[in-house]
Design a protein around this ligand. Structure first.
Ligand SMILES: NC(=O)c1ccc[n+]([C@@H]2O[C@H](COP(=O)([O-])OP(=O)(O)OC[C@H]3O[C@@H](n4cnc5c(N)ncnc54)[C@H](OP(=O)(O)O)[C@@H]3O)[C@@H](O)[C@H]2O)c1
Length: 277
């Protein structure tokens, strides 16, 4: 088994746990490919796997975790309750269904996948996550796609702050305001679609910086995330890309690189604005 050199750092979470800063994203990884790609990622040195009930591959992710040549307690497994299951009882049922698909006893981080304000059930979903954590069935609890005002509401109604907020974030959508809010609340910001689903990689600015560092545009974008302090979970479908995306801990972007990347901001989302769901 290989390890990137230096290895992936762990970031402390406000509840005392720690999360590998770079993980493997599993959205749109087809179920038949999932065991192979997860084992490839673990072999390359990934210790953090990011899936969700929605992705249809929890069974296979669980199989990979159970058969991996790395002990369960050295892997950080994340899943999410889908928006159709928002609500207290529905979330508890959805969690049980996820764990039975995984074939595992515990999860490291469970997230509310979307607030879905139109159904107004995310506070009850949060209460269910608080219970699951109190029962020791999940190590840490967090949210995804929450704006600051959604987080303020769950805090006001439950007194519990999420440790992670996983949101769309890449150089087109750097989310500076939300990152500052999260940091002030002790919440780690996690970037989904960190490569803007691969669409951003042809930006000439990124190609130029990549050439100057002898890296690829994907490595430049991932390094930018790491230097902002983001948790990052790129998805890739080939062993070469899985490994390429991990080789980002042995170089540093300069301040002029960071300023050039900042110029790419357009506010463009690849996904939906969470307020309009
Ligand atoms: N919470 C949420 O609502 C939410 C939403 C979306 C995603 N996520 C999570 O975030 C993860 C990552 O987001 P994402 O999958 O949407 O997009 P992404 O990681 O930004 O981009 C993945 C795309 O980039 C390509 N790619 C990866 N590495 C590359 C490289 N080194 N060079 C060139 N192209 C490369 C991949 O191609 P190939 O696959 O062909 O290699 C794929 O098309 C997901 O897998 C999921 O775990 C969460």
């Amino acid at each position: 088994m290989s390890q990137p050199n230096p290895p992936v750092p762990y970031l402390p979470l406000a509840d005392g746990a720690a999360i590998p800063q770079l993980g493997f994203g599993l959205y749109k990884v087809p179920a038949p490919d999932t065991v192979r790609l997860c084992l490839e990622a673990i072999d390359a040195g990934y210790r953090h796997l990011d899936t969700a009930a929605l992705y249809g591959n929890e069974r296979e992710v669980g199989e990979a975790v159970r058969s991996a040549p790395v002990p369960r307690d050295q892997l950080f497994l994340v899943s999410k309750v889908w928006k159709d299951d928002n609500g207290y009882d529905a979330t508890l049922r959805a969690f049980d269904a996820s764990m039975s698909r995984f074939g595992l006893e515990s999860l490291d981080l469970y997230l509310i996948h979307w607030p879905m304000p139109s159904t107004d059930r995310y506070v009850d979903t949060w209460r269910a996550l608080v219970r699951l954590q109190a029962e020791g069935r999940v190590g840490s609890i967090g949210v995804a796609n929450f704006h600051a005002h959604h987080i303020e509401r769950i805090f006001a109604e439950t007194g519990v702050v999420p440790v992670v907020n996983q949101v769309e974030l890449h150089p087109w959508l750097p989310q500076a305001e939300l990152r500052a809010y999260d940091a002030a609340r002790g919440i780690r910001t996690e970037a989904w679609s960190p490569l803007a689903r691969g669409r951003i990689l042809g930006e000439p600015v990124l190609e130029r910086i990549a050439a100057a560092h002898g890296r690829t545009p994907a490595q430049i974008v991932l390094r930018w995330h790491l230097q902002l302090g983001n948790i990052v979970i790129p998805k890739a479908s080939s062993p070469a890309r899985i490994r390429e995306n991990l080789q980002v801990f042995d170089f540093e972007l300069r301040s002029d690189d960071l300023s050039a990347i900042a110029s790419l901001e357009t506010g463009e989302r690849t996904g939906r604005d969470p307020d309009f769901d």
